[in-house]
Design a binder for this molecule. Structure first.
Ligand SMILES: [Zn+2]
Length: 445
């Protein structure tokens, strides 16, 4: 089955394209890219509306799908449906499931389930340590052979410097990045919010910025020593960003991601309009305006490699408790692209090209997975966005099984129009796309 995406604005940094192009899809591959491609009558022609942007599929490298073990929060089916609706053609899922993804059998279970019920590509991340207990290394080679693309004890820091050193050494031999949740546990203690003026005023126990930057510094030192790739998850402070920038300038193989909530919100939000809103409780916590400004600079100048959501679903009753007792985390798959467009593109901080690097090129490169470009022969994974269309977030309509978003009711400029995975249209936004049928799925479907 051949399909022509006709006349869209293609942004494909790896091909050096930022202009009107046709993209011909043949089955699950890209067949050709060019201006005014002429095609036979056997090709379905989809005219991409004016102003819509065609991008290599976006990949969210930090997602908690919760399956196996916490299917009341999310499943592979609902999580990947939310991903498709958010413009992601692939997600990497963290190993803090129940059981922990620390053996090949759990990895295979996730991949088998994803093959049947998943709507987008699922890339499992294996645990660094057995049971994520921080004591001994998991069977890293087995995890790799079973299909894990990276290693992480996300949710917890890799407990000791020695364990992190060994993880980097083994993972490096296997060409896998270690993804680090940077948090010095004794400094974090029982903290629930950023340690600063706002948190103190509200009487919330603090998590200092140094809890993050100390571990970032430790692991950059180990990354430099071992020469293995290290990726810093959900970087949130200016101090940690400064360390990453300095390390990169020395040629250290470190990369980092920033979550949309950290480039959109600060801890000021805890004051109101909804004081102590548990949908503002995440780990790392919302930081200060100076941190947010630093992250914006990092997104602009290339110090930050990727935007990743840290999509962390929790049920309503779990979040419907006192701030102190609520679990950390928010959902993010369906708002990430719109927040990037609204906050970063329209405010002139980044270009479309840079946005595609942050959401597609770099996540694919860091994880070593296919995608990041629509060159001929690459997978037909496409994200089509409508940067100028405004819409209002309605969390009750979320595809996720959970509703814990602080962005409910927000009007954002920039929307996902359609998501195509392996040549198959898996999502069309009826409101945005109007009467356009993006390859088989009619708008509104
Ligand atoms: Zn984390």
């Amino acid at each position: 089955m051949k399909r022509l995406l006709k006349g869209g604005h293609l942004v494909d940094p790896l091909q050096g394209i930022d202009g009107i192009r046709d993209v011909l899809l043949d089955g699950d591959r890209v067949a050709a890219v060019g201006q005014d491609l002429s095609v036979g009558s056997d090709v379905e022609v989809i005219v991409v509306p004016d102003g819509f942007v065609v991008c290599p599929g976006f990949v969210d490298m930090h997602v908690h799908l919760r399956e196996p073990g916490q299917e009341h929060k999310e499943t592979i089916a609902t999580g990947t449906a939310a991903a498709a609706a958010g413009g992601f053609t692939g997600v990497a899922c963290m190993p803090n499931t129940s059981p922990v993804n620390d053996t090949a059998s759990v990895t295979r279970l996730i991949l088998e389930k994803a093959a049947v019920e998943g709507i987008v590509h699922v890339y499992p991340i294996g645990a660094v340590s057995k049971g994520m207990k921080g004591e001994s290394l998991a069977e890293i080679a087995d995890l790799k052979s079973a299909g894990c693309v990276a290693l992480s004890d996300d949710g917890k820091v890799v407990a000791t410097a020695l364990l992190m050193r060994r993880a980097l050494e083994y993972a490096g031999m296997l060409q896998m990045p270690v993804i680090d949740h940077c948090e010095e546990p004794t400094l974090k203690g029982e903290g629930v919010a950023h340690e600063g003026f706002v948190g103190s005023r509200l009487g919330l126990r603090g998590i200092p910025a140094a809890a993050e930057s100390i571990v970032v510094d430790r692991d950059i030192a180990l990354c430099e020593m071992t020469g293995s790739p290290l990726h810093i998850a959900h970087l949130s402070t200016r101090q940690a960003l400064r360390s990453v920038a300095a390390a990169k300038s020395r040629g250290v193989r470190v990369t980092c991601e920033v979550a949309p909530h950290h480039f959109t919100l600060t801890d000021e939000r805890l004051v109101g309009p909804i004081p102590y809103d548990t949908n503002l409780k995440m780990n790392p916590p919302l930081r200060e305006l100076v941190d947010l400004d630093a992250l914006l600079n990092g997104l602009k100048d290339g110090t930050v490699d990727a935007i990743a959501t840290d999509h962390a679903p929790h049920q309503l009753d779990e979040k419907h408790v006192e701030f102190d007792r609520a679990p950390f985390g928010i959902i993010g798959l369906e708002t990430a692209v719109a927040l990037a467009l609204d906050r970063l593109l329209h405010s002139g901080i980044i270009t479309l090209r840079r946005m595609v690097e942050l959401l597609s090129v770099n996540p694919c490169r860091i994880l070593n997975v296919p995608g990041g470009s629509l060159r001929p022969e690459t997978p037909a994974d496409v994200t089509i966005i409508a940067p100028s269309v405004s819409w209002t977030v309605d969390v009750s309509a979320s595809r996720s099984r959970s509703r814990n978003s602080p962005f409910d009711g927000w009007t954002l400029r920039g929307a996902v129009a359609a998501t195509i995975v392996g040549g198959r249209t898996v999502y069309v936004n009826g409101t945005v796309a109007g009467a356009v049928a993006f390859g088989g799925v009619a708008a509104g479907a």
